[in-house]
Unconditional design. Structure first.
Length: 115
Protein backbone atom coordinates (compact mmCIF):
# COMPACT_ATOMS: atom_id res chain seq x y z
CA UNK A 1 0.00 0.00 0.00
CA UNK A 2 2.76 2.44 0.93
CA UNK A 3 4.67 1.46 -2.15
CA UNK A 4 1.67 2.25 -4.35
CA UNK A 5 1.14 5.63 -2.67
CA UNK A 6 4.81 6.47 -3.09
CA UNK A 7 4.67 5.63 -6.81
CA UNK A 8 1.51 7.72 -7.25
CA UNK A 9 3.19 10.60 -5.46
CA UNK A 10 6.28 10.30 -7.71
CA UNK A 11 4.08 10.31 -10.83
CA UNK A 12 2.21 13.39 -9.64
CA UNK A 13 5.50 15.09 -8.82
CA UNK A 14 6.91 14.30 -12.26
CA UNK A 15 3.74 15.56 -13.96
CA UNK A 16 3.83 18.77 -11.91
CA UNK A 17 7.52 19.26 -12.68
CA UNK A 18 6.97 18.85 -16.42
CA UNK A 19 3.98 21.22 -16.32
CA UNK A 20 6.07 23.70 -14.36
CA UNK A 21 8.86 23.51 -16.98
CA UNK A 22 6.34 24.02 -19.79
CA UNK A 23 4.85 27.04 -18.02
CA UNK A 24 8.32 28.42 -17.36
CA UNK A 25 9.15 28.19 -21.09
CA UNK A 26 5.82 29.82 -21.97
CA UNK A 27 6.45 32.70 -19.53
CA UNK A 28 9.92 33.25 -21.02
CA UNK A 29 8.47 33.36 -24.55
CA UNK A 30 5.78 35.82 -23.47
CA UNK A 31 8.38 38.04 -21.80
CA UNK A 32 10.42 38.09 -25.02
CA UNK A 33 7.32 38.98 -27.03
CA UNK A 34 6.51 41.76 -24.57
CA UNK A 35 10.02 43.17 -24.92
CA UNK A 36 9.68 43.13 -28.73
CA UNK A 37 6.28 44.82 -28.55
CA UNK A 38 7.67 47.51 -26.24
CA UNK A 39 10.51 48.17 -28.70
CA UNK A 40 8.04 48.40 -31.58
CA UNK A 41 5.85 50.75 -29.55
CA UNK A 42 8.82 52.98 -28.72
CA UNK A 43 9.86 53.04 -32.38
CA UNK A 44 6.33 53.93 -33.47
CA UNK A 45 6.14 56.70 -30.87
CA UNK A 46 9.39 58.16 -32.19
CA UNK A 47 8.19 57.97 -35.79
CA UNK A 48 4.88 59.56 -34.81
CA UNK A 49 6.67 62.42 -33.04
CA UNK A 50 8.91 62.96 -36.07
CA UNK A 51 5.86 63.07 -38.34
CA UNK A 52 4.15 65.54 -36.00
CA UNK A 53 7.25 67.76 -36.09
CA UNK A 54 7.43 67.58 -39.89
CA UNK A 55 3.73 68.42 -40.12
CA UNK A 56 4.15 71.42 -37.83
CA UNK A 57 7.13 72.67 -39.84
CA UNK A 58 5.33 72.15 -43.16
CA UNK A 59 2.24 73.88 -41.81
CA UNK A 60 4.33 76.87 -40.68
CA UNK A 61 6.02 76.99 -44.07
CA UNK A 62 2.70 76.83 -45.89
CA UNK A 63 1.12 79.57 -43.79
CA UNK A 64 4.22 81.75 -44.10
CA UNK A 65 4.20 81.25 -47.85
CA UNK A 66 0.45 81.92 -47.99
CA UNK A 67 0.92 85.16 -46.02
CA UNK A 68 3.69 86.23 -48.39
CA UNK A 69 1.50 85.52 -51.40
CA UNK A 70 -1.43 87.48 -49.95
CA UNK A 71 0.60 90.38 -48.54
CA UNK A 72 3.25 90.75 -51.21
CA UNK A 73 2.01 89.78 -54.68
CA UNK A 74 5.43 90.66 -56.09
CA UNK A 75 6.79 87.51 -54.45
CA UNK A 76 4.54 85.17 -56.35
CA UNK A 77 6.50 82.19 -57.48
CA UNK A 78 7.69 81.35 -60.92
CA UNK A 79 7.67 77.65 -61.58
CA UNK A 80 10.48 76.15 -63.65
CA UNK A 81 8.79 74.70 -66.66
CA UNK A 82 6.46 77.59 -67.32
CA UNK A 83 8.98 79.38 -69.46
CA UNK A 84 11.85 76.96 -70.05
CA UNK A 85 9.99 73.81 -71.19
CA UNK A 86 10.64 71.74 -68.04
CA UNK A 87 7.33 69.88 -67.64
CA UNK A 88 7.94 68.23 -64.24
CA UNK A 89 9.91 70.46 -61.88
CA UNK A 90 11.16 69.11 -58.57
CA UNK A 91 11.33 72.61 -57.10
CA UNK A 92 10.32 76.13 -57.89
CA UNK A 93 12.08 79.42 -57.34
CA UNK A 94 10.49 82.47 -55.78
CA UNK A 95 11.28 85.88 -57.18
CA UNK A 96 13.62 86.52 -54.28
CA UNK A 97 15.67 83.46 -55.28
CA UNK A 98 14.53 80.85 -52.72
CA UNK A 99 14.17 77.27 -53.89
CA UNK A 100 11.11 75.38 -52.64
CA UNK A 101 10.56 71.68 -53.05
CA UNK A 102 7.58 70.49 -55.05
CA UNK A 103 5.77 68.96 -52.05
CA UNK A 104 5.77 72.28 -50.21
CA UNK A 105 4.71 73.98 -53.42
CA UNK A 106 1.75 71.62 -53.76
CA UNK A 107 0.74 72.22 -50.13
CA UNK A 108 1.04 75.96 -50.61
CA UNK A 109 -1.05 75.94 -53.74
CA UNK A 110 -3.71 73.71 -52.17
CA UNK A 111 -4.10 76.01 -49.19
CA UNK A 112 -3.96 79.10 -51.38
CA UNK A 113 -6.78 77.76 -53.56
CA UNK A 114 -8.88 76.99 -50.46
CA UNK A 115 -8.53 80.53 -49.11
Amino acid sequence: MLKKEREDWKKKTNVCASEWQALKVKVTELQEQLAQQEQSYTKLQTEYQNMQDKYKNAKKTVYTYKENIVMQPAHMCEFPGENDGDANPSYFVSRNGEKWIAEVRDLCLALWVQA
